[in-house]
Design a protein around this ligand. Structure first.
Ligand code: PMV
Length: 343
């Protein structure tokens, strides 16, 4: 009974320690450099897919609200890749119900968990409906998530994950490096959960096309990547943090040097950054990074997380803080779990 088939999944966001900032192929979403992230447990998206025989087109519902054609088209683009892969161009339309446990589109990486949850659920849905097709590995799945949003590639695995530059679509994939099951955590300072003014898609395109620093960024990013990899291998939070911060500043510098220039940093972001630097001067291993929004993510030891949280909340009572430890790979949710959560 294809038309009643329904599958749900949960995927976690990831925060890039080494940033992805530019596509060398706008259709395949191939990056201009390798990136590296940490998957977070407490920020995630739950998504249920249901074949809808009666509908002519896919539909997308976010927290129960039907989304517009432009947002639905992004989801359909990914679902169409599965229709192609499973040889079923005539598969029924899919109703997508999604719940973000991440503030949407505010540089808190909701697109990474969103498209990873979509891809993870879609693989299970299509495998159940078309069981004769060859199994899709997690590595292959990461290339499907990538076509929704670059950062979603990395949310197919837990812990520290690299998204390789690759030679083409088949090998520009997520590679799990380390499950991060050690003394590492993050505190996210959500300065603003408003929709960002400049989307990451536009921001990276504009930067790659106009920034005087763009080619330098790509070279320098490779060195930062190697330093973070070495820090992960030796479980050295200070080595990871120093290279992560350096990469973040170079990433934002590319935007200062774009034409016209722009930035996602706000005066409040800079205040948090200065506070993190001051904590470090006191001996606390805390390191910042920022993405395409004003929010600051702070890497720390898990054993220091409570202390860091308390200090931040005393200094910035107006900022919402999210504590996170390393998260796992996506998982399926059964029908009972879904109805308990969302009715
Ligand atoms: O995946 P996108 O298109 O939302 O781009 C994400 C870009 C950054 O978050 C700024 C960096 C990264 O690697 O996640």
């Amino acid at each position: 009974m294809l038309h009643t088939l329904s599958v749900a999944a949960r995927a976690h966001t990831n925060i890039a320690l080494i940033k992805y900032w530019g596509k060398r192929d706008d259709v395949l979403y191939l990056p201009t450099s390798t990136s590296l992230s940490l998957t977070l447990d407490s920020l995630y998206t739950d998504t249920r897919l249901t074949f809808d025989n009666k509908a002519k087109k896919d539909s997308l519902h976010l927290a129960g609200e039907k989304q517009d054609d432009a947002s639905t088209a992004k989801v359909s683009r990914v679902l169409n890749l599965f229709r192609e892969r499973y040889g079923c161009a005539d598969a029924p339309a899919v109703r997508v119900d999604s719940h973000n446990h991440v503030p949407t589109a505010a540089g808190l990486a909701s697109s990474s968990s969103g498209f990873a949850a979509l891809a993870f659920a879609a693989r299970a849905l299509f495998e159940r409906a078309y069981p004769d097709e060859p199994h899709m590995s997690d590595t292959e799945l990461s290339t499907f998530a990538r076509r929704g949003s670059g950062s979603a590639t990395r949310s197919i695995f837990g812990g520290f994950v690299e998204w390789s530059y690759g030679t083409g679509s088949q090998d520009s994939v997520a590679v799990p490096l380390d499950n991060a099951d050690w003394d590492v955590a993050m505190v996210v300072a959500a300065i603003s959960t408003q929709h960002k003014k400049i989307s990451s898609t536009y921001g990276m395109k504009h930067t790659a096309a106009t920034s005087a620093f763009y080619s330098l960024w790509r070279q320098a990013s490779q060195q930062d990547l190697e330093a973070v990899r070495a820090g992960i291998a030796s479980r050295n939070i200070d080595a990871i943090g120093a290279a992560m911060e350096a990469n973040c500043m170079k990433f934002h510098a590319t935007m200062f040097a774009a034409n016209p220039p722009f930035t996602y940093m706000t005066s409040k972001s800079l205040q948090v950054i200065e506070f993190v630097q001051a904590l470090r001067d006191e001996g606390l291993s805390a390191y910042f990074t920022m993405d395409a929004g004003p929010n600051v993510k702070i890497l720390c030891r898990r054993s220091d997380q409570d202390q860091l949280h308390e200090r931040l909340s005393a200094a910035f009572p107006e900022i919402t803080l999210f504590d996170a430890v390393p998260g796992d790979a996506p998982e399926l949710l059964d029908a009972a779990q879904w109805s308990e959560l969302y009715g």
